[in-house]
Unconditional design. Structure first.
Length: 231
């Protein structure tokens, strides 16, 4: 068994770069006696995007057996159940201890606060934790600064049509502040040790929660513009 700190820096294993395009936000300094520890990310991690059903579990087990100490997943990768099974197996077999793995997941656009419905972020994290068979995440990231009205992408035929154009049924708005507030509450509840964001541009960070009604083929906030699918 490897302690996380003991192994860090000596890994030469090849794997996908995790937490690409994300910023982990440092916990705020408080006056309480216990100041939360800053998050230190291992230099090598296993990225779980596009990792297929029937393969992702084996990849996780192989990675953890090989000394990987970071799993970068997301609800939108649609593989958290299998990742959770593999991680649970490795913990049960003492291949790793829970505290030796930095587990990252991401809150997808389907579960931002939507028009006053503040229940969605908590529901998303509850599902992610249940799927991963965990009590807490080490890092919970807001995947995009966008909220979708639809909570079920499959029900509307996915993000894109078969010809690759954005799905006109998708209704979205540019939103992150209210969702961030809910994420802070989840952190206070101990369900995520650290929070962060992904796919924020510098202009995004300077704007308030402006609404962008979805108009196909016109200017709008579309995740497809900067990435072919939700990475
Ligand atoms: N937060 C976000 O919005 C966001 C966005 C993008 C990515 N990510 C995270 O970053 C990860 C990597 O994404 P990426 O865009 O960097 O992917 P990428 O460019 O496709 O890189 C994947 C890496 O994994 C390696 N790889 C793929 N299959 C492999 C296999 N079977 N065995 C060993 N190595 C293999 C590739 O090696 P080769 O170069 O040799 O092919 C490459 O180095 C994702 O899985 C996800 O966790 C997050």
């Amino acid at each position: 068994m490897f302690g996380r700190r003991g192994l860090r820096g000596s890994l030469l294993l090849k794997g996908s770069l995790a937490v690409a395009g994300c910023a982990a936000l440092m916990p705020q300094h408080t006056h309480s006696a216990s100041v939360p520890e800053a998050l230190t990310l291992p230099q090598v991690g296993l990225g779980l995007w596009k990792s297929k059903p029937g393969e992702v579990g084996e990849a996780v087990k192989t990675a953890l057996r090989s000394g990987y100490q970071l799993l970068d997943g997301a609800a939108a990768y649609s593989n958290e159940i299998e990742v959770g099974q593999a991680l649970a197996e490795c913990i049960a077999q003492s291949i790793v201890m829970r505290d030796d793995v930095v587990v990252v997941s991401k809150l997808f656009n389907t579960h931002h606060v939507w028009q006053g419905d503040r229940s969605r972020p908590a529901a998303a994290l509850a599902k992610t934790l249940a799927d991963l068979q965990l009590e807490y995440l080490d890092l919970y990231l807001m995947h995009w600064p966008l909220a979708f009205e639809q909570t079920d992408m499959a029900a509307i035929g996915g993000l894109r049509l078969e010809n690759g154009t954005p799905n006109p049924k998708l209704v979205m708005e540019f939103e992150y502040l209210e969702t961030w507030r809910e994420m802070l509450a989840l952190k206070r509840q101990g369900k995520a040790r650290h929070l962060g964001v992904c796919n924020f541009t510098v202009p995004t960070r300077t704007l308030g929660p402006v609404r962008y009604p979805h108009v196909p083929d016109r200017r709008g906030a579309r995740p497809q513009i900067s990435s072919p699918s939700p990475a």
